[in-house]
Design a protein around this ligand. Structure first.
Ligand code: PGA
Length: 257
């Protein structure tokens, strides 16, 4: 079974002092747990050098939360994938719902971001997920399938093998209301089916769940057969809580009702 993957998304939180403390605690706590999962933290761009310095000799990787659709040029305020890669970045989120909502990112823009990451060897984490309205209208599968296949259509299968998908229902992000393990598993199984039917070589693409994951619900979520790990927002800011989530990736014996 492939290792699970737990990624933190710090969003626009942090400061040099606070990051230093958080990373120190994370590294100290992670050493004994490293065998059973891969771990990374997606930090604001400004803190990449700090993350690189503090994590380069550890098994914790680091990433960014967004990158430009462009390779280079007159794009004030943007950060390119190549620039991020100079700081040893392993992962980049693409199409997080906050980017789609507040910055009008379309599937085409997200596809371009995925492409830029693949060009420089960064693993893109493609975020998909439905809003509450869409769920209530019974459109969840349609929405996530559209978001996923929009990207697949634009990438050759060989490239697509190198991404990670994160299912993040918009109504569960930062709300304290996680999808239940069953709700998440249903969508993950569907996404797996979409990947499989696209190409059998995509069957090993990791599918993470994100949206109000905490140490207290991670066990149950990670026990699901198609949940390969988590994308963790708020709870990744607290090293102990994040370590608790990492701990939950251990093969365990949670009873599934
Ligand atoms: P949350 O955020 O864990 O705070 O809900 C998840 C995310 O936005 O990636």
């Amino acid at each position: 079974m492939p290792k699970k993957l737990v990624l933190g998304n710090w969003k626009m939180h942090g400061g040099i002092q606070a990051n230093g403390d958080r990373l120190k605690r994370l590294v100290a706590g992670f050493t004994t747990r490293e065998a059973h999962c891969d771990v990374g933290v997606c930090v604001p761009h400004l803190y990449l050098a700090q993350a690189q310095e503090m994590l380069k000799a550890t098994s914790v990787r680091w990433g960014v939360q967004d990158i430009s659709t462009h390779e280079e040029g007159a794009y004030t305020g943007e950060v390119s994938a190549r620039m991020a890669s100079e700081f040893g970045v392993a992962y980049a989120l693409a199409g997080h719902s906050e980017r789609r909502t507040y910055h009008g990112e379309t599937d085409e823009m997200v596809a371009a971001k995925v492409a830029r990451c693949l060009d420089v060897g960064i693993v893109p984490v493609l975020c998909v997920g439905e809003t509450l309205d869409e769920r209530e209208r019974g459109e969840t599968r349609q929405v996530v399938e559209r978001q996923l296949t929009a990207i697949l259509k634009m990438r050759p299968t060989d490239d697509a093998r190198r991404f990670v998908v994160a299912y993040e229902p918009v109504w569960a992000i930062g709300t304290g209301r996680s999808a239940s393990a069953k709700q998440a598993q249903d969508v993950h199984a569907f996404l797996r089916q979409v990947l499989d039917s696209w190409s059998s070589s995509l069957s090993s693409v990791a599918i993470l769940y994100g949206g109000s994951v905490k140490a207290s619900n991670a066990d149950e979520l990670f026990a699901m057969p198609d949940i390969d790990g988590g994308l963790i927002g708020g709870a990744s800011l607290d090293a102990n809580e994040f370590l608790g989530i990492i701990e939950a990736t251990q093969p365990h014996t949670v009873s599934q009702s």
